[in-house]
Design a protein around this ligand. Structure first.
Ligand code: ZN
Length: 564
């Protein structure tokens, strides 16, 4: 393509009417070739003349040399194929054509390891290697939760995350606004966010904990207290007080209001593909007889004291029974909202989470999900450094398998919500080996949708996860090696050993990653379990190693990356 600083090749767009992601794919290829070599390659439309890189998104209708290879029912499939003096980068969809270009750039030595921190090698000559590869994702729905418009370490902006997602072949972007009332900061940034997504062909899901977005107490509580949950405030055993932020999900007026407010939001934001209705991020929920389906609570000893544990499993059988009853009602509520929204917005998916007050296995009595409903089973808490299945065995993790399987029976859009990042501020969350084992297992049991949460940025985890979502059989240590090679320059070998030692040390130790928070200045946590103790005991040793690597590192970019 480039020889001794002279351009020889052409970038050709084969599509007759190329979609924005295809045009962007050609521009990206041109930009990175220039960054590598200072050479600007021409971009043309039509057929290849002379040595060319041919980009196409037409799938089966695309160039003959690749059309046979692409499966017709996999919109994210793409292939890279050398024929004669040409290289064909073909996707089954516009987004997949962009994936093909980024994969090719990685073959040329580029690294897209961390948002906003590309690695681009300098070259006088660029020769495309001989390629013949087809990529089909093992997981069709690969979504990333972003806590938008804050400054999660080390990301400078949400746009950098979107850029990273396309480069790492995710297909959904999911900002969680978690707001009370109108999602104002989504409105403020939506033009920028949606234009960045459209350019890359990525889908958009908006929301998070949105019960208060669709049913804000400051707007409705005074006139309609019956929209809100009935609770026992003094713990004396009588549910007598209406309270936000949770809703009485059985209230017909409340349901109508939620439907109306979601429709208003979608009227204003037609770029949204899926919208959330998650319950409040605390374990409070309505105890009226309708929401609890007649299950009485007066003899339930001790459940009220466990009312505020966020995201935790029910700790008593009594609490589990109540949550199960409530969850069944919640699915009825979700389906009703989905039917209501569908009348006006038939293509939008209504999404919710099995989490906190709904964090239970599904019951037989629970309705099937409407076909425009998606459900994400959040594995929180779990033993973060122990695989879901296999050895060592974790009873806590095993429960999630049962929860996943029972919910998967309820609909086609049921996925797993994992925590490949740590929101404790910790970057030291070595879990790649567990992610690999989990994804192999989840794929085996038929899970095809994976969502991952973000708060901090755990670079090796998410880099490896992105690749394992396409092929969970990739050896995990190779992925760490690949990350280090592309990210740490001359310190790669030492940093690979550093990460592998952390992975080996934490592997199999019980504990939840949230318990690591105090080590990194977060809120104290009661647990003092194996994983935390091990990290505390080794902390000095690992810091010392990192300092030693820093001392011999001269390259300023690598230095900056290590200092993180
Ligand atoms: Zn109720």
């Amino acid at each position: 393509m480039v020889k001794d600083g002279v351009g020889l090749g052409t970038i050709v767009i084969a599509d007759k009417f190329p979609d924005p992601p295809v045009r962007f794919a050609a521009e990206e290829l041109k930009r990175y070739i220039f960054e590598m070599s200072d050479v600007i390659l021409p971009v043309r439309r039509g057929a290849a003349r002379g040595p060319s890189v041919v980009i196409s998104s037409a799938g089966k209708a695309g160039p003959k040399v690749t059309s046979g290879a692409l499966p017709s029912d996999e919109e994210d499939a793409y292939c890279l194929k050398s024929v004669g003096r040409n290289l064909y980068l073909s996707g089954a969809s516009p987004r997949a054509a962009l994936y093909a270009v980024y994969t090719f750039l990685e073959k040329l030595g580029c690294g897209f390891c961390v948002p906003g921190e590309d690695t681009v090698p300098r070259k006088r000559s660029i020769t495309a290697p001989h390629l013949n590869m087809l990529e089909v994702p093992a997981f069709e729905f690969r979504s990333h939760i972003d806590n938008p418009f804050r400054d999660p370490f080390p990301i400078e902006g949400n746009v950098a995350v979107i850029d990273w997602l396309a480069k790492n072949r995710f297909n959904w972007y999911h900002p969680v606004t978690n707001c009370t009332g109108e999602p104002e900061f989504y409105y403020r940034h939506r033009e920028l966010i949606s234009s960045q997504l459209a350019k890359r062909g990525l889908c958009l899901q908006v929301g998070g904990h949105t019960m208060q977005t669709w049913l804000p107490e400051n707007k409705y509580f005074a006139s309609h207290p019956e929209y809100y949950s009935l609770v026992d405030e003094d713990g004396e055993g009588a549910e007598s007080v209406r309270k936000a932020p949770s809703a009485c999900i059985s209230s017909p007026g409340g349901r109508r209001t939620v439907i109306r407010n979601i429709c208003n939001f979608l009227d204003r934001c037609p770029e949204v593909d899926a919208v959330d209705i998650w319950d409040a991020d605390m374990v409070c929920y309505c105890h009226c007889s309708k929401c609890l389906q007649g299950v009485t609570t007066s003899r339930m000893d001790g459940w009220r004291k466990r009312g505020q544990l966020i995201g935790a499993y029910a700790e008593t059988l009594e609490e589990e029974i109540l949550r199960s009853a409530y969850t069944s009602s919640f699915i009825g509520f979700l389906n009703a909202v989905a039917r209501g929204v569908k009348k006006k917005h038939p293509n939008v998916v209504i999404s919710s989470a099995i989490y906190g007050q709904t964090g239970v296995p599904s019951l037989y009595s629970c309705e099937k999900l409407e076909n425009n409903v998606a459900l994400e089973v959040a594995h929180l808490p779990r033993d973060s450094f122990v695989p879901l299945a296999g050895e060592p065995r974790s009873e806590l993790n095993r429960r999630w398998i049962a929860t996943d399987l029972t919910w998967m029976e309820k609909g086609d859009r049921v996925g797993v919500y994992e925590y490949y990042h740590s929101w404790t501020g910790s970057v030291v969350y070595p879990q790649v080996n567990v992610i690999a084992e989990d994804l192999r297992f989840l794929h085996q049991i038929g899970v095809r949708r994976i969502v991952t949460d973000q708060g901090g940025w755990s670079p090796t985890n998410i880099y490896a996860a992105a690749r394992l979502l396409w092929n969970p059989n990739k050896p995990w240590h190779d992925l760490i090696k690949d990350f280090c090679r592309r990210y740490y320059g001359r310190a790669a070998a030492k940093m690979e050993k550093y990460w592998l030692n952390l992975e080996d040390g934490m592997r199999g130790k019980e504990g939840f990653f949230g318990e690591l928070a105090p080590i990194f200045g977060g809120q104290p946590y009661e647990g003092h379990r194996e994983s935390r103790s091990w990290l505390l005991s080794k902390r000095k040793h690992f810091v010392k190693r990192l300092k030693a690597i820093l001392q011999v590192t001269k390259d300023p970019v690598t230095k900056r990356r290590l200092e993180r």
